[in-house]
Design a protein around this ligand. Structure first.
Ligand SMILES: Nc1ncnc2c1ncn2[C@@H]1O[C@H](COP(=O)(O)OP(=O)(O)O)[C@@H](O)[C@H]1O
Ligand SMILES: [Mg+2]
Length: 745
């Protein structure tokens, strides 16, 4: 980092770094949350400051678990006011992901450091530091009127404006105003690993409340890129890829990229990925401070860092920040499902019929009007309450009850359309729009786009449907208007196209589409955000759709289910995967086969296939069973499914169900003879204990478990064709052989 010292140089640090893992339990409320030798985290955050207290609080701010700040307590803790009782109940068992908050809560109740140490064996040094934070909050801030001295000390200990506001009974804006008035603002220190003994050359900074600022505003044209924070389900490494590409695109245009991010695992936080890196939380307070330090106005790119960055746009704009590209208003419009619904209605954009409900009676009314099944979700998500499909009034009433318990006031009810789901990424300058490609999901709508297998180009769209999709995209992009990237999901059902969701930002599929089409989506979006047009860039097309090449690419999701105990693995509208792989070839089947192999889901070439499906799926499973049979697999099935298999003239071994008091089925899965399990969940989320145990056994024994018949059918197709051939070549070679695709004008 100094370009002078050698690798043997002993680092001297004048800062403290705290790392906190990010666990996926906000998504899996029913999972076993205990921490042990099995890793369960999906990502992590890192924070740097001059003291442990401040670094810890900054790391907390970076975690982005909704509503879970320093002062958060689980509802079940509230009744245990006595410190001894609290320790007995909540700090005695195996550690869980929320242990840090349990420590805060115990200390808040006055538990002595020694008592906590005795139970948890956490080093007293850490406990004393954490106690200092809690004592300061309780004794100095709670209910007090801030003075300059008090505010300065609180900031040095790492208290956020928001927490100070809550404790002192003010608004965050008031705390901010007081700080400005009293000149209490952060300075930036360079990470140099040598305690300033040598001059470091890496422009890598963290904020702290001290005197001397080491980060003078960067000279020349520059722009700030908001990163995406910790890797979690729904916001993975793809946004890091987009941020890094946007930094490159800025550099190409002679603009210095300034990155803000809190995730040490990513390339975007490599100190040479940008001209300057601020290693700080991605929240309003720290971005505002960065902008102030750089001397406004600096354009801010908020469309590459996933939802984290996008969610900041509104408030940054309100504070006078300059959001480059799609405006904060347009973003807010697309993000608010209710507002967007009205907007799309006015434009004549078809969307699944539905409505909002604030009481069970209202929800039942909406469902009755549009007809079951319906897709239900809270209008904002708290405590892991996600989306579900309700097949009847009972399902709906049960969902509503648990949504109310989780603190969700309003529920959105939409007709569940069981059509083909397609998705696209596009870039628009507000006038011209270029769709880089349309991907078709293998699984019907109802399996989250992040958990679906997707194929580019779409294989089963009629030309009229494709034209309609591009036309709708152009209309939405022009009306919002979008200046930059845009991702839209559609459902195509009996010749009609419905718009599911519009995201005015980089999406999970941008890296995938960029790789396979060669359209530099991020770089075009950067150009457009900074005022250029698609025409200037040579990418405006009359038909609005980038021509398909001769490649077929498959995206397959990858899950961490084996590591997350007690999580049901069936695919539904709530995303569960933590990663993805891509398979490319000249035709569909070999590309899918490659993706299956890469995802670890390709069944062995012979062995037993266990089939046990819900009654609703019996008719549809027949061609799949026939496929496996003709490929030479032995079919094993439970009674109902076995009768069906026999009726089509295929030999089958019957295995008893768990509910019939037999463990045979689990023994079979674990035996190594079973090479694939096809199991579909029974309707709704009602107890499906047998299915759950079967799916878990398969996941834990690493046997491919197919919970959607669409995936199962695709696997049969891939198995059939992979027996034929697939080719292996570098991606560049695959692409080079494509027909030349010059931009039309
Ligand atoms: N009306 C609907 N009919 C059928 N499936 C739906 C419907 N609405 C959503 N879905 C399914 O749920 C998934 C998630 O919904 P979406 O609106 O994209 O929310 P988000 O991506 O914000 O979680 C979609 O990918 C789709 O498979
Ligand atoms: Mg979606």
């Amino acid at each position: 980092m100094t370009k002078k010292t050698t690798a043997a140089f002993e680092p001297a640090l004048d800062y403290v770094v705290v790392k906190i893992p990010r666990w996926p339990f906000d998504k899996f409320a029913a999972a076993d949350r205990s921490l042990g030798t099995q890793m369960k985290a999906t990502g992590e955050v890192m924070a740097i400051d001059r003291s442990f207290e401040a670094a810890l609080q900054k790391a907390l701010r970076s975690l982005e678990v909704k509503g879970q700040g320093l002062l958060w307590e689980a509802p079940s803790w509230v009744s245990s006011a006595d410190p001894t009782e609290f320790i007995d109940k909540f700090l005695s068992g195996a550690p869980t992901d929320d242990r840090l908050w349990r420590l805060f809560a115990a200390l808040r109740r006055g538990a002595p450091v020694d008592a906590i140490h005795d139970r948890t064996r956490i080093d007293r040094w850490f406990l004393r530091k954490i106690a200092r934070i809690v004592r300061f909050a309780e004794d100095e801030l709670q209910g007090r009127t801030p003075t300059p001295a008090l505010l300065r000390t609180a900031k040095r200990l790492g208290f956020s404006d928001a927490d100070i506001a809550t404790l002192t009974g003010m608004l965050s804006e008031d705390v901010r105003r007081l700080r400005t008035q009293w000149g209490i603002r952060p300075v930036y220190k360079m990470v140099d690993t040598c305690a300033a003994e040598f001059e470091a050359v890496t422009p890598y900074f963290y904020s702290t409340y001290e005197q001397e600022n080491e980060a003078a505003p960067l000279p020349g044209p520059k722009a700030v890129i908001l990163g995406s924070g910790p890797i979690r389900i729904g916001q993975g490494i793809e946004f890091d890829c987009c941020c890094v590409q946007s930094a490159g695109a800025l550099r190409d245009r002679g603009i210095a990229p300034i990155m803000v991010n809190s995730n040490p695992e990513t390339v975007s936080t490599d100190f040479d990925a940008s001209a300057r890196l601020y290693f700080d939380p991605l929240d309003e307070e720290s971005i505002a401070a960065v902008l102030e330090n750089e001397g406004t106005p600096v354009p801010v790119l908020a469309q590459f860092g996933g939802q984290t960055a996008l969610n900041l746009a509104d408030r940054l704009a309100a504070m006078g920040g300059e959001i480059a590209g799609t405006s904060a208003d347009a973003i807010a419009l697309a993000e608010d499902r209710r507002r967007f619904h009205d907007f799309a209605d006015a434009l004549g954009i078809p969307q699944p019929p539905g409505g909002t409900a604030e009481s069970p009676a209202e929800a039942l009314g909406v469902a009755k009007k549009v007809g079951y099944p319906v897709l239900v979700r809270p209008s904002y998500v708290l405590g892991g309450r996600g989306m579900e499909i309700a097949y009847g009034p009972d399902d709906l009433a049960r969902y509503f009850r648990s949504a109310l318990e989780a603190g969700t006031g309003r529920v959105l009810v939409d007709k569940y359309l069981r059509g083909k789901e397609v998705e696209l990424d596009a870039v628009s300058d507000g006038r011209d729009t270029l769709v880089a490609g349309i991907m078709e999901h293998i699984e019907r709508a109802g399996v989250h786009s992040g958990d679906s297998y997707a194929v580019y180009p779409a294989q089963n769209l009629l030309p009229a449907e494709r034209d309609e999709i591009v036309e709708l995209t152009r209309r939405i992009a022009a009306a919002l208007p979008v200046k930059g990237l845009l991702n839209i999901q559609f459902i195509v059902e009996s010749g009609r196209v419905w718009v599911l969701e519009v995201n005015p930002r980089a999406s999970r599929t941008v890296p995938f589409l960029t790789k396979v089409t060669g359209v530099p989506l991020v770089s075009l979006a950067v150009a457009v955000a900074l005022g250029s047009t698609l025409a200037d860039q040579g990418y405006a097309r009359d038909d609005g759709l980038w021509p398909e090449g001769s490649l077929v690419a498959l995206k397959a999701p990858v899950f961490s289910m084996a590591k997350l105990l007690d999580v049901d693995t069936y695919l539904g509208p709530e995303m569960k995967s933590t990663g993805e792989v891509m398979g490319v070839d000249r035709t569909f089947a070999p590309a899918l086969w490659k993706a299956l192999v890469a995802a670890g889901l390709a069944p062995a070439r012979s062995g037993k296939v266990l089939v046990t499906v819900a009654d609703k799926d019996k008719a549809e499973v027949v061609p799949i069973i026939e496929g496996f049979h003709w490929l030479g697999y032995d079919i094993v099935a439970t009674a109902g499914t076995a009768a069906l298999v026999r009726s089509v003239g295929i030999d089958v071994t019957e295995v008893r169900k768990l509910a019939e008091g037999s463990q045979d089925i689990l023994t079979l899965i674990r035996s190594g003879e079973c090479v694939a399990v096809i199991n579909t969940p029974t309707l709704g989320k009602t107890v499906d204990r047998d299915g759950f145990l079967i799916r878990r056994a398969a996941v834990e024994a690493r046997v491919p478990c197919l919970t959607s018949l669409d995936t199962a059918l695709a696997v049969v197709t891939a198995l059939r064709a992979s027996a034929v051939t697939h080719t292996v070549a570098p991606l560049a070679e695959y692409r080079a052989q494509e027909p030349v695709t010059a931009a039309a004008d």
